[in-house]
Design a binder for this molecule. Sequence first.
Ligand SMILES: [Zn+2]
Ligand SMILES: [Zn+2]
Length: 176
Amino acid sequence: MTQIWIPLNDIPAEGKEITIDEQSIWLEPIAEFKLPYRVVDALSAVLHLLPQEDGCLVRGRITGSVAAPCDRCAEDAVITVKQKFAELLSMQEDLLEPGQDPAVRPAKDGQWLEIEISALLWEEFVISLPLKPLCNEECKGLCPQCGTDLNTGSCDCKDEELDPRLAVLQNLKINK
Ligand SMILES: [Zn+2]
Ligand SMILES: [Zn+2]
């Protein structure tokens, strides 16, 4: 997975803003985990880095847009990404979740620290996505019986969606 280490020796004590346009931060995990997302407008992050004694406070915003299959009709649902976050990256191992790689390490000669920001950016991107993307709030979805896309066509199936439990009762009646 892409890692982007940023040395903190260049960052003044009052902080500094940087822009990250490296698309592999998002494209690699999407491909690796075979996620159904497609980047429409390139994702970009603006980060404000504020060095701390044992790490860095990272405040940032991710913008861009991605398409995912609509939860109702499976057509493209375009999701505008606008995710704001603030995260303290620290050397303290006990702040790490199990299995999480440290995001802060001493640079090669040990004179300063460097921070890894691609894992944070990926995580914040995932958090920003809706669980059930919709192509349109009004999306009518697919007919549960014949699969016709009800946004573009109609079918002759009965309107009422039969509750499967009721269907069992109905069959019982017919069998009597
Ligand atoms: Zn839809
Ligand atoms: Zn139908």
